[in-house]
Structures are given as C-alpha cells and as structure tokens.
Design a protein around this ligand. Structure first.
Ligand code: SF4
Length: 170
C-alpha cells in the first residue's frame, strides 16, 4: 500500500518513517509547511529533512506556498487546527492526484501538538479529497525520534514554526 507521509521536519520524520515501513507501507514524503517563519528557517528545516530522506532512501519533495497566503488561510479562531488542515488538506490532494492509497503526517509524533486537532484535520482532508488517512498515536516514539535525530546530527528547531510560536517548543 502506498502512503504519502506529510513531514513537518527531519527529526519528526525518523520514527514515523521507521514505523510505517515496518508495517509494510511503501512511503513517499512530502514537505509542505508554509507555516514556517522566517524563510531561512524553512530552508534549514527543508535541507535537514531532504538530507535525511536521501540517507533513508525516501523519495521526498517540497511544495511551496507563500507565508502571507498561509497567514490569510489561518486568520480565524482555532489557528493551529486551520494550520493542520492547510497542510494536510494539500497532502490529501497530492496523494489522491498521484495515485497513493492513503496519507498520514509526522505531526502525530509530537506531544507538543494538538493531537486531536491533527486527527480532525486528517478526517476533514480525507473526506474532502476522497482518500483514506492512516492514524497512529506516534507520541510513544517521540523520545526515540529525538534520539535518532541526535544520532544523525540533525538540526533540531526550538519552536513549532510560525512567528507566533517563536520561543515555544515544537
Ligand atoms: S503554532 Fe504551529 S501549528 Fe499552530 S499555527 Fe503556528 S505553526 Fe501552525
């Protein structure tokens, strides 16, 4: 079964990729994170992810969207949940267009994210684009993902992504 895995960053991709492959999925990677501010930070996270994908034999690519468009898309109550939907809605769309069987996201590995909000965004994306999502509570692998990232000398960011989250943890 072909699964398109939305990746928020390299460190968070380590454990989910390992797990989904262990479950037998043929995984492709998509880096679509227009929420990351500033531009240089987005480049740094993309390069870290792309380098890891290359080493892990993951076919991965990046899709871009201007930060100002993302700000407009999430400028309503429940900003983080809209942010999840912007990213996962597009992931579901790409998965459908490119013949994947399902999609998922590495956001599920972080205990610092709104897990329920991510699941709701996956459900909505799945419904709107007509493709199943795969949900696992990957938070049990969070520490393992940090160990794998450190072991591979990966850049580890200190905040979730947008300008409003600078100073917090992602
Ligand atoms: S804090 Fe994170 S999830 Fe919430 S809007 Fe900002 S980048 Fe998106």
């Amino acid at each position: 079964m072909k699964l398109l895995l939305h990746s928020c960053c390299g460190p968070c991709t380590t454990f989910p990729l390992h797990l989904f492959r262990a479950e037998g999925f043929l995984v492709g990677g998509l880096f679509f994170n227009p929420n990351i501010y500033p531009e240089e930070e987005g480049e740094k996270r993309w390069q870290t992810y792309a380098d890891w994908a290359n080493r892990a034999g993951l076919n991965a690519r990046r899709v871009r969207m201007p930060y100002r468009d993302w700000v407009q898309a999430v400028s309503k109550p429940g900003k983080c949940r809209e942010c999840y939907y912007v990213r996962l809605g597009h992931t579901a769309k790409v998965a459908k267009e490119e013949g994947y069987d399902c999609f998922s996201t590495t956001l599920l590995v972080s205990p610092y994210q709104d897990h329920q909000g991510i699941v709701l965004a996956m459900e909505r994306a799945s419904r709107e684009h007509g493709i199943p999502y795969v949900c696992r509570d990957l938070r049990r692998g969070y520490l393992r993902s940090r160990q794998m990232a450190r072991g591979n000398h990966m850049y580890m960011q200190k905040y979730c992504g947008c300008e409003f989250s600078m100073g917090g943890e992602g």
